[in-house]
Ligand binder design. Sequence first.
Ligand SMILES: Cc1ncc(COP(=O)(O)O)c(C=O)c1O
Length: 389
Amino acid sequence: MTAISGSTSSAPAGPLMRARAEIDLAALRANVHALRQRAPRAELMAVVKSDAYGHGAVRCARTARAAGASWLGTATPEEALALRAAGDQGRVMCWLWTPGGPWREAVEADIDVSVSGLWALREATAAARAAGRPARIHLKADTGLGRNGCQPADWSELVAAARAAEAEGTVRIVGLWSHFACADEPGHPSIAAQLSAFREMVGHAEAQGAEPEVRHIANSPATLTLPDSHFDLVRTGIGMYGISPSPELGTPADFGLRPVMTLAATLALVKQVPGGHGVSYGHHYLTPGETTLALVPVGYADGIPRHASGSGPVLVAGKWRTVAGRVAMDQFVVDLGEDTARVGDEAVLFGPGDRGEPTAEDWAQAVGTIAYEIVTRIGTRVPRVYVGE
Ligand SMILES: Cc1ncc(COP(=O)(O)O)c(C=O)c1O
């Protein structure tokens, strides 16, 4: 499994692996630098939720920190606690809470927590009392996304309650924040509307006495294209992994970014079959004539979308092939036509794209999703191999 790896590998040269996701930490580092250049006056939060979008949270968090990310961000408190357990000691924020969550553990572990409503404030203050130290909270405003966050009509009540808790010493309001709905759609009218609502809600909170360390709303697309949205902190996920938030905004190279993950597998079988041979479950592909089939030993259990049946692109024997027939749980087939390959040769599903392989964006287009989903869904059965440290 060396053909695609141009960077210095820290991976042991061992037996061929069925499949692997090579994670290029040098690319990750360079991407953090590129994103910081886009938002030079703001701090950068490396968003490492969902195991760093499938890239491996602990290694990516460490690399991002070394490249200048002063914050880490996760969705769940469990993800944030796992970073602490792995030794991270910097600022970490998590934002997806449910009642009864590990509030006390988070406060004790010095993790910043998001509060979108009074119920969450109550749980944060109770945890702070139990822990004997204030909870650091970021009040989340729903400026138009319509998902998590506090509605403008309820904002002053939430801020007042948080200020009261601050006065009694159970919380510190360290952040005021929000999240965009359409930052990846250039010119979308909701962008200006959300920015204006955010400024207004921050202004109201400050008028009520809140003195946040950080105000933040920008994700990767906003970091890359909306300087007015940077405020004190930008929260970047997908850009850090070297993927453009949307092809409409540009390619990764347009922003000086390089995809971090390369997904490759080792051909498990190569064989001749006659014309008219059905391939994989349901026989949705019939060989057009005598041909050579190659078996790629990854499937939907590894996160390869079953929707890629008949459409997913794969580099095998120097050319793009298309998944022939259905993606099964553990394997799929490509038709090499008149070309040949050997068992043990490499099939590259996606990577940076500069050595002829498809990209995660190509997979997203082929299956009708976004590249975020393609990398994030790669399963735990696929070992991550870190290079470029
Ligand atoms: C609240 C929040 N902030 C920031 C991000 C990072 O977004 P992106 O990956 O587009 O940079 C996410 C990811 O969806 C998020 O949920």
